[in-house]
Ligand binder design. Structure first.
Ligand code: PGD
Length: 760
């Protein structure tokens, strides 16, 4: 029996089912396969899978309506026939009574690598073609602040991140890589749509061997891999903007700024310069000022600034920094710092956003991408910035600011979710639960009993990619993968497409949704469109049957890394940036015109609302996990191997641990005003004292979901994070850091129940 070719967001592979487990061989062309592949071994038949359509008892008995029992209730198994009838009836009711304005279809989430069965595309197409539209969400939890800010100040985020300074030019030309937030390989091992070749480790090694100096600015040493052979500046979380201002101040006062570059290629430098020097308010943002905030010696800040001068310097700012209150500022200042050094547009120099945060970034693009499933037309134009979901549900009709607009939250009655896990990705989970309790109905398609499924009224069991045909591919991955099924669907699970097709039929809109195609016909149709796109460039592709049988085709790529900035530097008049002045906007009249105190017209330091205090003296960093993608397959072998006694591991410095009487492996409690959680303590000197680190993705497992301050016994940090926007400009997610207290847990720690399906 031959192995099937397949793909996940974290790598391509060949697979064969062997009893209940899966034998996996990484794709032969991958130089550095991800250990995350091991999470698939036991996934197919894990007891946490959803086997049958299930309806929450309270909803079934009382019908749709706000209900405080969400998250507490038991479930009743129903047949597919009954499930379809209930969903169709409820969609008809809400559609007739409230129209698309009553339906939230944002359905944020990473879902799976296959491009046709991409769950969000399926939900959106269904809601558009069958119900006339839905209230959508814009931007992402990854880059909520940066994706709104960057177009104002330099250009589209994709040009700065995906097509930013390429890894090849870094390996060849960079002398200093100053990485705010580091360049952790755990993040670069994933890319939405798939990542067949993991090349970041090799590029860093090449650069380091050539003598490039990597400097990681982060409270965590692990944010820079050993391969980079770099230095570590362990600053206080959330203070990068202050450090950047001090570096700029030093460059300015020492006459080390590239004034020709600033004059020719930027707009607004005098405004920032005046702020740095304290001409507006008498506060000089110098090294002494920043040292107190950042917890770094002033002399070290001054030396660093001077050492940057005259070198080929690349500044990169990680997603993490902008996932915090005022997260716009470090992104803006990173760009300003690169400009003050005169680096943008030089090979291996300048500013790049989020390098290493995803396997897409610093890469080149394919000549043509695999087409997305068409979404149809949304009949309404109502949206929220994605991380404002709880605000929207709790405050219908209220006004909010966003990117120069004053918008109103709609009154949502029904939310439809497929391919995401808000009880993983959102902040302040007790508040999120209250928000979901306001709905009439929450419908979720899931392959497993995540906390989101456990709060839903109707749960429809979805297949995993391993159980269906699809095509895996990302715009920056030169391999297109035929995702050949490895196993039959678990229990009664069905593909999202099959579920929506049947619902569309019952609602009288089947033809509009399916266009007469089954899943295989759609794959062939989309593949034919790719063939056409490439034929226009005189590039041939094998026919679909050959592609399917081979399992993979290689696509031609552009050499487009850094193209926008390189062209701008070469000839700014002929290739202006897509900003109001055509230049790098060190100050922005447009943003100034919005009048936001929390995001004025030039970059600034603003202290976060929550600061460590006597009650909550520690900074918590809730960053991306190393052993899984977000919360996906948290029950997988590799993810569980990273836990201790089933609980997520929280890192803290031995000095802090000693003071608190905590030993390695102890069960500890992290808490603040929003909630508390249990985790296993890991002592490490690779973290700044006063900071603790707990990665995201442990499935939320509250002892009492309805408690005002719930206790998560598994270690999900979003029970502690705060649910506020980055600023009035972008309203991005602020889940990266929070203030907490830590103590040793005494007594009997309740066992983790996250992977046991709910009652019923
Ligand atoms: P995933 O765990 O990937 O998290 O949030 P996101 O919601 O994307 O959830 C995807 C879900 O889709 C899984 O439950 C999976 O089972 C399901 N799924 C997969 N394939 C399919 C399918 O084909 N059909 C259906 N129906 N379901 C499917 C991620 C988000 O979290 C992101 S992107 C970021 S960057 C944020 N990071 C942080 C952070 O750093 N710190 C905090 N505190 N919080 C964060 N939240 C954000």
């Amino acid at each position: 029996m031959t192995d099937s070719m397949h793909s996940a967001h974290w790598g391509a592979f060949r697979a064969r089912r062997d009893g209940d487990s899966l034998m996996i061989t990484p794709f032969s062309a991958d130089p550095d396969p991800s250990p995350l592949l091991a999470n698939l071994h036991n996934a197919l038949a894990h007891p946490a899978r959803v086997a049958r359509p299930m309806v929450r008892r309270g909803w079934l008995e009382k019908g749709p309506g706000p209900d405080a029992r969400r998250g507490l209730d038991s479930y009743v198994a129903v047949s597919w026939e009954e499930a379809y009838a209930l969903v169709a009836q409820e969609l008809r009711r809400v559609g007739d009574r409230y129209g698309p304005e009553g339906i939230f279809g944002g359905s944020y989430g990473w879902s799976s690598a296959g491009r046709f069965h991409h769950a969000q595309s399926q939900v959106h197409r269904f809601l558009n073609t069958v119900l006339g539209g839905y209230v959508r969400s814009v931007n992402s939890y990854s880059s909520g602040a940066a994706s709104v800010l960057l177009p104002h100040i330099v250009g589209d985020m994709n040009e700065i991140a995906r097509r930013g300074v390429s890894w090849e030019t870094i390996a060849e030309h960079s002398e200093v890589v100053l990485a705010f937030g580091g360049l952790a390989l755990k993040n670069a091992q994933v890319a939405s749509g798939g990542l067949s070749e993991h090349t970041e480790r090799g590029f860093m090694q090449r650069a380091a061997r050539r003598g490039a100096r990597f400097i990681s600015v982060s409270p965590l040493r692990s944010d820079l891999p050993a391969e980079a052979g770099g230095e570590w500046l362990p600053l206080v979380p959330g203070t990068d903007a202050a450090l950047m201002l001090a570096l700029l101040h030093e460059l300015t006062t020492q006459g080390l700024t590239d004034d020709d570059f600033l004059a020719c290629y930027t707009h607004g430098w005098p405004t920032l310069r005046s702020y740095l020097l304290g001409e507006e308010d008498g506060v000089a943002r110098d090294a002494d000022w920043a040292a107190d905030l950042c917890g770094l010696p002033a002399a070290q800040i001054r030396t660093l600034a001077r050492e940057l001068h005259g070198k080929r310097v690349l500044i990169t700012v990680a997603h993490a920094l902008q996932r915090a209150q005022h997260g716009e500022q470090p992104v803006w200042l990173g760009l300003a710092l690169a400009a003050a050094l005169g680096q943008p547009g030089l090979p291996g120099g300048g500013f790049t956003y989020a390098l290493g945060a995803l396997g897409h970034y610093g890469k080149h693009h394919n000549l043509a991408s695999f087409p997305a499933l068409p979404q149809g037309k949304n009949g309404i134009d109502r949206f929220i910035p994605v991380a404002r979901i709880a605000d929207m549900l709790l405050h219908p009709g209220e006004k909010f600011h966003y990117n120069g607009r004053h918008l109103t939250y709609p009154d949502i009655r029904l939310a439809y979710w497929a391919g995401g896990n808000p009880f993983h990705h959102h902040q302040d989970l007790a508040r999120l639960r209250q928000a979901f309790c306001r709905l009439d109905t929450l419908i979720v398609h899931e392959s497993a009993w995540t906390a989101t499924a456990r709060h839903a009224d109707i749960v429809l069991p979805a297949t995993m990619t391993l159980e269906r045909e699809d095509v895996g591919g990302a715009p920056t991955d030169r391999h297109l993968i035929a995702m050949q099924p490895v196993a039959a669907p678990y229990g009664e699970a069905r593909d999202d497409y099959q579920i929506f097709s049947e619902l569309a039929r019952r609602l009288g809109r089947e033809a509009a949704f399916t266009e007469g195609r089954d899943a295989r016909a759609w794959l062939e149709h989309l593949y034919a469109q790719l063939q056409e796109k490439l034929a226009a460039h005189q590039v041939g592709l094998p026919d679909f049957a050959t592609f399917w049988q081979q399992g993979v085709v290689t696509l031609p790529q552009l050499q487009d890394g850094g193209r926008m900035m390189n062209a701008f530097r070469a000839d700014p008049a002929a290739h202006p940036l897509p900003t109001p002045t055509g230049k790098i906007q060190i100050a922005s009249d447009a943003i100034a015109g919005f009048g936001y105190e929390d995001c004025p017209g030039h970059p600034v330091w603003r202290a976060p609302r929550e600061q460590p205090s006597a009650s909550y003296p520690f900074w918590l960093i809730a960053n991306q996990p190393a052993t899984r993608l977000h919360s996906q397959l948290d029950f997988g072998d590799y993810s569980r191997s990273g836990k201790r006694n089933g609980r997520e591991v929280c890192s803290l410095h031995p000095l802090d641990a000693q003071r608190l009487g905590i030993a390695d492996n102890d069960v500890i409690e992290l808490y603040n005003a929003r909630g508390h959680l249990l985790a296993s303590a890991a002592l490490t000197e690779t973290i700044r004292p006063g900071v603790v680190r707990l990665p995201t993705g442990a499935w939320y497992d509250p002892v009492d979901p309805a408690a005002a301050r719930p206790l998560c016994r598994h270690g999900n940090p979003n029970v502690l994070t705060q649910d506020i926007g980055t600023s009035s400009l972008a309203q991005g997610c602020t889940g990266q850091i929070a203030v907490v207290n830590v103590r040793k847990f005494t007594g009997d720690a309740p066992p983790v129940a996250a992977f046991t399906p709910p009652q019923g």
